[in-house]
Design a binder for this molecule. Sequence first.
Ligand code: FE2
Length: 445
Amino acid sequence: MNDVADVKQFKSAEKAPGTVKYQVGFGNEFETEAVAGALPKGQNSPQKVPLGLYSELVSGAAFYAPRHLNRRSYLFRIRPSAHNLEFKPWDSGDFRTPPLDVPPYPNRLRWTQRPQEDVSADFLEGLLTLCGCGSPNTHSGLAVHLFRATKSMKNRAFSNADGEFLIIPQQGNLRIVTEFGVIEAEPSELVLIPRGVKFRVDLQGTFARGLVFENYGDPWTLPELGLIGSNGLANAIDFEAPVASFEGEDIQTQVIHKLAGKFWSVDLDHSPFDVVAWRGSLTPYKYDMRKFVAISTATVDHPDPSIFCALTSPAHAVSGCNADFMIIPPRWVVGDNTLHLPGFHRNTVTEISSIVCGLPIKNGVDMNGSIGVTNSWSAHGPDASAFEVAREAASLDPHRVDNLISILVETRYPMEFTQAAMDMKGYLPDVTASWSGFRKRFPDG
Ligand SMILES: [Fe+2]
């Protein structure tokens, strides 16, 4: 909460790193004001909003969506978003939308982290699309982007009518300014920006990189827990939404807007982060993946990877999700008479996996930030050397995987790729060799 002195300085958004406050919960009816008395009482559209603010409704679901899935918030802001909009086309560089250059590919693909190189780019300029499926025009599928930034998005904001932005920092801390307030994020945390919400990404150091999943489908929500019961996986209480903060200065700001795969630019004569108070259930949020409550076998065999599902964008009960987001956190690995590795398999979904952080560097090779894509029905599992080690392990005692955070995203749709991804430094063209050399043991065992 801020006092009147802050109002006279026309800003409350600047806070020292580590001092940013949050509200907790997922899909709550939140209420927050940066200046006491900014929220109207008992209604959202009074004839005169307190402090001379404008009331603006932002709906992230159909007006009549079921109550538990409905997401909408009222923003009380210095100027309405409708003020002075006249967009012009903008060049998005390597930030792309399906259809892409390279059709779905049955080979298993993998990249190391995107090289640092000598680049000067903010978060938006530094986005490179790796792969994608579906279309924002039909609200299906998603795209996977890599970001690499060396500077903050100064006097620039981005809004995306095509999909939610799920941002996974892999290196470097981020300070994300949104219409709803400020979110700080470090590697091991994820940040969700809802469709259409304006935001900018500032760096807290000199370099940052990571992943973005752009979800064209229904908004991510928490999966049902079924027989697990009422607790576990990603608990709602561990999600953090921002508190209201604002920039009231009349500083020219460029807003980049994405619609149906095309990019547009408009110059505002003020900051779009001018929301002094808001209430509702539509909000950006962050989640610390170290808090994920992993559940697994206490006897034999591996449960399906869906047991790691933190967020889901559902589509079809049999064919599979639009997208599921899985977190594989530091955890104990337990199993009697069980191969202590996920087994060989083929399935209906495309899998995108990434090691976020915590993997020790071996022989000078850093695979943190690496990403692999396996299209649907492409066979995969442990490589030959890892399989041999696990098969011959002398002990099956429980062991702990420390520090390592991996993520897995599944979608029912086949992935297309960009030529830029295939040409990128870090692409590993010989990854298939890892799956050669399996011994023939039959019939002697
Ligand atoms: Fe798999």
